[in-house]
Design a protein around this ligand. Structure first.
Ligand code: KIV
Ligand code: ZN
Length: 509
């Protein structure tokens, strides 16, 4: 089985994503995480680009001991010297230099001739080689280059000392069969190719970066350049997690493997997303929030019988978990399982009530969150355990306006007796809270109040979460959902007070 080297360029091409700038500290933390992930090469940056890039590449080179550390340079002397200064202290340094080989890049961008481009490429590799034994050369825009000229450049850079030839599909133009064919023709037509590593670097402009890279592997590439979450210029680079999991899941198809520690894939994705501020698309393969989430009742039922009915990969393998999302399509089997995992052991009647409420809520809002399910299950179980409900709301009336102090009038049943309460506050919710606290059977205090609108518009469902402390300082969390903000607040407060009084519920958070 051939070994495919994973060259991660999150810190270089990935950081070129619009809006993905990383601080020095973040780059260091990502580099450490990439080492833990087990990548073979980290392209730590483009040292000539800025003082900051230089420092980051240098520090990463001096700290990270496992992977090769590469610094990028154009085919220009000062770039190569700067790249070497940045990586020279690495345990295993690499200089990665590049020059365009397509006519459009050579003529329009570089204002050179093919002959000059060839000379620059060879000179760059020779200079890099005089510093570093490990030299990678990339013929930029290879997939749009004249193959004959491309072969000639590759022949000559191998003779000049390049040890890895990286074939980029710089603008993401290639189709998988074409790109595979290109790699296979390079294998046939370039002298000395058997002594160097063939690498590929695909961009995702047409959504084919992963497919093109995999087709290249099938045709002889043994290094793939990729990024976490597929970050990179424009539509990004090939996504590392997708490349790795294709090779892993279809090992015998590709007859290839990587050295990646799979369970670090998800944590790495999360770290990169948090640091760059670029969130991962929900339905992104492998690491997206929905990648192992099942909502359909048929699928959930199948999964409960045998995971392999609807999962081709084990989510735990990549550091994730199977999630049953309860919604309008969910069946009772899955609802029961999810509730049990949340600590609710409901009887048949309660289960039916919870399932109905979840479906009703799913009709009104896009996603039924875990908090919603807890609130519903608590609601249903509280209804049936009347002894735990010492405070019950009978009536609520609010006076508010721009000329009067907001005042709440509450009629409550406390331990079976009718109690009237009145409170004022800075707003109606504050007034309700003050009224409730004034008549609660023991001292309770509101520690936290959070309100979010579940749906849009002025008729949105309001979701209120409160934390209530009892006299002993124990904190209890409660949640309520209602079309009316004040009713949602009053219900959540009363629920929290009941928990505080009966000393049950979630403590401490
Ligand atoms: O996309 C590209 O061609 C590159 C090269 C520098 C390898 O990023
Ligand atoms: Zn690139």
């Amino acid at each position: 089985m051939k070994k495919i080297k994973i060259f991660d360029t999150t810190l270089r091409d990935g950081e070129q994503s619009p809006g993905a700038t990383l601080t020095h500290r973040e780059k260091m933390l990502i580099a450490k995480q990439l080492e833990k992930l087990g990548v073979d090469v980290i392209e730590a940056g483009f040292p000539i680009a800025s003082e900051d890039d230089f420092k980051a590449v240098k520090e990463i080179s001096e700290t990270i001991k496992g992977p090769i550390i590469a610094g990028l340079s154009r085919a220009i002397d000062k770039d190569i010297i700067r790249a070497w200064e940045a990586v020279q202290n690495a345990k295993r340094p690499r200089i990665h230099t590049f020059m365009a080989t397509s006519d459009i890049h050579i003529k329009e961008q570089f204002k050179k001739t093919r002959k000059e481009a060839l000379e620059m490429s060879v000179a760059a590799v020779k200079l890099a080689k005089s510093y570093c034994s490990d030299v990678e050369f990339s013929p930029m825009d290879a997939s749009r280059s004249d193959p004959k000229f491309l072969f000639q450049v590759l022949d000559e850079v191998i003779a000049a000392g390049a040890t890895t030839l990286n074939i980029p599909d710089t603008v993401g133009y290639s189709q998988p069969s074409e790109f595979g064919q290109l790699i296979s023709s390079i294998k046939k037509n370039v002298q000395g190719i058997e002594d160097v590593t063939i690498s590929v670097h695909c961009h995702n402009d047409l959504g084919l970066a992963v497919s093109n890279s995999l087709e290249a592997v099938r045709n002889g590439a043994t290094q793939v350049e990729c990024t976490i979450n597929g970050l990179g210029e424009r539509a990004g680079n090939a996504s590392l997690e997708e490349i790795v999991m294709n090779l892993e899941t279809r090992k015998s198809f590709f007859d290839a493997e990587t050295s990646i520690t799979l369970k670090e894939l998800f944590p790495t994705s999360q770290m990169v997303s948090n640091f760059t501020g670029i969130s991962v698309q929900r339905n992104k393969a492998i690491v997206g929030e929905n990648a192992f989430a099942h909502e359909s009742g048929i699928h959930q039922h199948g999964l409960l019988a045998n995971r392999e009915t609807y999962e081709i990969m084990c989510p735990e393998m990549v550091g994730k978990k199977t999630a049953f999302v309860l919604g309008k399509h969910s069946g009772r089997h899955a609802t029961k399982q999810v509730l049990e995992e949340m600590g609710f052991n409901l009887n048949e009647k309660q289960l039916q009530q919870v399932s109905k409420k979840i479906k009703d809520l799913a009709d009104k809002q896009k996603t039924v969150l875990d908090e919603d399910i807890v609130a519903i299950a608590e609601d249903v179980t509280n209804q049936l355990k009347k002894e735990e409900t010492r405070v019950v709301l009978k009536e609520l009336r609010i006076e508010t306006g721009n000329k009067i102090t907001p005042t709440a009038h509450l009629s409550l049943l406390i331990d079976g007796k009718v109690v009237e309460a009145k409170g004022t506050g800075v707003g109606p919710v504050d007034a309700v809270s003050n009224a409730l606290q004034s008549v609660a059977p023991t001292k309770v205090s509101l520690k936290e109040y959070n309100l979010k609108a579940i749906t849009g518009g002025t008729d949105a469902l309001a979701d209120v979460v409160v934390k209530i402390a009892n006299g002993g300082g124990k904190v209890h969390k409660a949640e309520a959902i209602n079309e009316d903000v004040i009713m949602a607040s009053a219900n959540a407060l009363i629920k929290g007070i009941n928990k505080a009084l009966t000393k049950e519920g979630e403590v401490g958070k």
